[in-house]
Design a protein around this ligand. Structure first.
Ligand SMILES: N[C@@H](CCC(=O)N[C@@H](CS)C(=O)NCC(=O)O)C(=O)O
Length: 224
């Protein structure tokens, strides 16, 4: 399989697709397409990207685009238990949380774009951003409180899975923008950021070097 991703520093959807590929435990190669280069803007870099967006997974000559479709496809291939809780009520909540993340939280996504190379010490979130953060905290509380302890592992539904993957970029935003959250969310964010795959992605992001100004937010401080 080949996974096409965008800039690791900025592309939160690529991070989700890549975490899903790692979670499948299936072999894959990763191909970076640097966004906003002349080739990206002209469309030449997107010839094998059906929606013109990353991530795209190529599997046996067929593309699967969109992070959610990649999760669904890889769960079919690698086994649903690697991505979804087995218990039906837990699975219902996991499906709904992933769908809500995939289609919602526009103020948080627009106001706090993922940026792994910087953090924003003086950032003042709007009420709309904070409403998204509070909604996400309440979803995490439900998942962790009802189902998180079932396997003895510290993820939203016990074992690491699709819900942790979908919310992983939110964890980077809470960290980068110093968004105020309660103890439960703070410790969940710390666990996600310390996950070996997150560390691997972040290290690779820190090594990326390109001009990319599309998502510039004032007040950023470089992490290196
Ligand atoms: N719903 C899509 C969203 C993908 C998306 O918006 N990707 C961005 C990068 S994070 C992209 O490729 N945008 C097209 C562009 O920048 O031209 C998914 O879940 O994969």
């Amino acid at each position: 399989m080949k996974l096409i991703i965008g800039n690791r520093t900025y592309s939160s959807w690529s991070l989700r697709g890549w975490l899903a590929a790692k979670q499948s435990l299936l072999p894959f190669e990763t191909e970076l397409r640097v966004m906003d280069t002349p080739e990206w803007i002209s469309g030449a870099a997107k010839a094998d990207m059906p929606s013109g967006k990353v991530p795209v997974l190529w599997d046996h000559g067929e593309p699967v685009w969109d992070s959610m479709a990649i999760i669904l496809h890889l769960a079919d291939k690698a086994g649903h238990d690697r991505f979804w809780p087995r218990d039906v009520p837990a699975r219902q909540l996991a499906y709904a949380m992933c769908a809500e993340m995939h289609s919602g939280f526009a103020p948080l996504r627009a106001g706090c774009p993922m940026d792994l190379q910087q953090h924003f010490p003086g950032f003042r979130p709007t009420p709309e951003v904070m409403a998204d953060v509070q909604r996400i905290e309440s979803l995490w509380e439900q998942a962790l409180g009802r189902f998180g302890s079932e396997t003895g592992e510290p993820w939203l539904f016990g074992r690491f899975g699709a819900a942790d993957i979908m919310f992983a970029p939110v964890c980077t935003r809470i960290d980068s923008y110093h968004l105020p959250v309660g103890d439960m969310a703070r410790s969940y964010v710390a666990r996600v950021l310390a996950h070996p795959w997150m560390v691997e992605w972040r290290d690779a992001a820190m090594a990326e070097d390109y001009d990319f100004t599309r998502y510039d937010v004032p007040g950023g401080v470089r992490r290196r």
